[in-house]
Each structure stands twice: as C-alpha cells, then as structure tokens.
Ligand binder design. Structure first.
Ligand code: DON
Length: 300
C-alpha cells in the first residue's frame, strides 16, 4: 500500500489541471493549490500515508458526517421527519429546492439539511456546548485530542455566507428550525471550520468502516450514513463519484474527501482545488486510482 500511495502522490504532484480553490470563504482562498495528501487508516489503527498527509486543512462539509452521526444517535429515525434521504441533483448551497419542497431539505449533506441537523443537536444548548461535544466525538473517533476549530475560518465564512443566511431564514419561515438562525449558523460555521490533517481524518472515519474494533455508533446508523455518503456525499457530483470510485465518500470545499471502504479501511485525501461541483478535483482522481488498484468497490 505504501507504494501505491507514493505513486498516486507523485502523479498528482505533476498534474497541471488542479481545479479552483474555493474563494467564497476568503480564508480558504489563501491555501496553496499544490498541496496534496493521502492517508489510509485500517481498523487496527495502522495508518499508511503519502504527500502532505500531516498538514491541517479545513474539513468544511465533511463535518456534516459527524453531526449526522450525533443527530442519529440522539434522535434516531425522528430526524428524518425534518430532513430527507434523497439526492438533490443540485449544488450544495442551492436555495431553489428548499422553497419548492416546503422547507424539508432533500438530505443531511446539502447545506440546508446540515443546518437542520445542527439545529436538532443544538436543541436548547449553547452553541459552544454543542461544539465542545462535537470536538469530543471527533477526537474520540480519531483517537487524537489535537483537533481544533480555526476561528478565523469560521469568522471568514460568517462574513460571506449570504446563501446560508437565506437558507436558515427560509427554514425558520417554514418552521423547520427550533433555534434562532444566528445561533444555528454560529454553530454551523464553527463545525465547518474544524481542522484536521489526512491522518486524523482517516482515523476519525474508522467508525464508518463497520468493523467491530472501530464501532462508535450502531450498525444501522453506519449503514445509513454510508448510503447517504454514496448517494448524496458529493452533491450533484455524487453519481459521477459513485461510478468513478465506487465507494461512499464525503467532500468539503476545503478540498478534503473522506472515503469509506466498508469492512476494510477509511481513507482521507486532500487537494484544495475543486471541480465545478465544489468537490476536490485531484482528490476524486486519487480516490479513483486507489480504489481501482486495490480492487475496492461496493458494487461487484
Ligand atoms: O456552508 C458552506 O458553504 C461551507 N461551510 C461548506 C460547504 C462545503 O464544504 C460543500 N462541500 N463540498
């Protein structure tokens, strides 16, 4: 495995077309598009890495996997009353569908759905209490306490998040937010601003492998989260990712991708340049190469 990860990192280093770094969060626009990291975590805790696998990056929408795990743990199937389980076929921050469908977001990974999940787990607590609990969950999953929130990134997003404000107010108007939009979005911007490196993220994703030694949530919830990662984890690029990689994955606009190989491994890949759907361009190529080489797929 060291050899193939090294080959992938070398191949990615010489790619000319690296996508475009997200610029709607100014702090993220400053990240060097040349960086590339990859880490594979096995259920035993062993990790294999290559490239910039120990450089921290903003996990952004990958945080939605962890809040969903907390939400399902707390509310169980009740959560699905407020958010659907269908692919949206639209961009992660689309406003259109939410209005058309009466304020029930299509799935927990589009921004509107993730904002509802954050509202649900916030309940009557203070945002800082929720964020402390989320960090406890992520650190326990990773087996690493050195995972933090980058407040500058959270602030940078808050100052430029007009679409998320629109979504939150629409949700409130449709009676699908219990808390004030400011409190919910305050928590949401900070969850997105969690920083991890590839090793930490791959380790944190082990609870989704479904192996007894890495269990942290129920088997049922592991199955549901993986199904949603496969069908909705890359937004309007989810079908393409399923065809090319054949594994459940969740992307973030920081350029990270968490990929689950059920029963075998958790993989984190990071390359900051994004494709037109807001998913890591080289991250997807690297995941495809690794999955093909290893014969990893859930489809055959
Ligand atoms: O809400 C936002 O727009 C960002 N904090 C997260 C978006 C994101 O990562 C979408 N994923 N590719």
């Amino acid at each position: 495995m060291e050899v193939i990860l090294g080959e992938i990192a070398t191949a990615m280093a010489s790619e000319a077309d690296r996508g475009r770094v997200a610029d709607f969060i100014p702090e993220l626009a400053r990240v060097d598009p040349k960086l590339f990291g990859i880490a594979v975590a096995l259920p035993t805790g062993q990790t294999i890495t290559s490239g910039d696998a120990r450089v921290p990056f903003s996990i952004q929408s990958i945080s939605k996997v962890f809040t969903l795990a907390m939400g399902l743990g707390r509310l169980g199937d009740e959560l699905w009353m407020r958010v659907g389980r269908e692919p949206s076929g639209l961009a992660f921050n689309s406003i259109l569908q939410l209005e058309q469908e009466g304020g029930r977001p299509r799935n927990p990974f589009v921004n509107a759905g993730a904002i509802v999940v954050t509202d649900a787990i916030l309940a009557a607590n203070q945002p800082r209490e929720l964020l402390a609990e989320l960090l406890r969950f992520v650190r326990a999953a990773a087996g690493d306490d050195d995972i933090h929130i980058n407040k500058r990134v959270a602030k940078s997003e808050a100052n430029n998040a007009h679409r998320n404000w629109a979504l939150a107010h629409m949700l409130k108007a449709r009676n699908n937010l219990r808390n004030d939009p400011h409190r919910v979005l305050g928590a949401y911007f900070h969850q997105c601003a969690i920083e991890m490196n590839c090793v930490q993220l791959a380790c944190a994703g082990r609870f989704l492998i479904g192996a007894p030694e890495t269990a942290l949530i129920s088997v049922e919830n592991v199955r549901h989260i993986n199904a949603l990662m496969m069908t909705c984890g890359h937004y309007d690029g989810s079908g393409e990712f399923a065809c090319r990689v054949g594994l459940p994955g969740k992307s973030g606009v920081g350029g990270g991708i968490l990929v689950v190989v059920p029963g075998r491994a958790s993989v984190a890949i990071w390359s900051p340049g994004l494709n037109d759907q807001g998913n890591s361009a080289l991250g997807t190529t690297a995941a495809e190469r690794l999955a093909r080489h290893m014969g990893w797929t859930v489809f055959s």
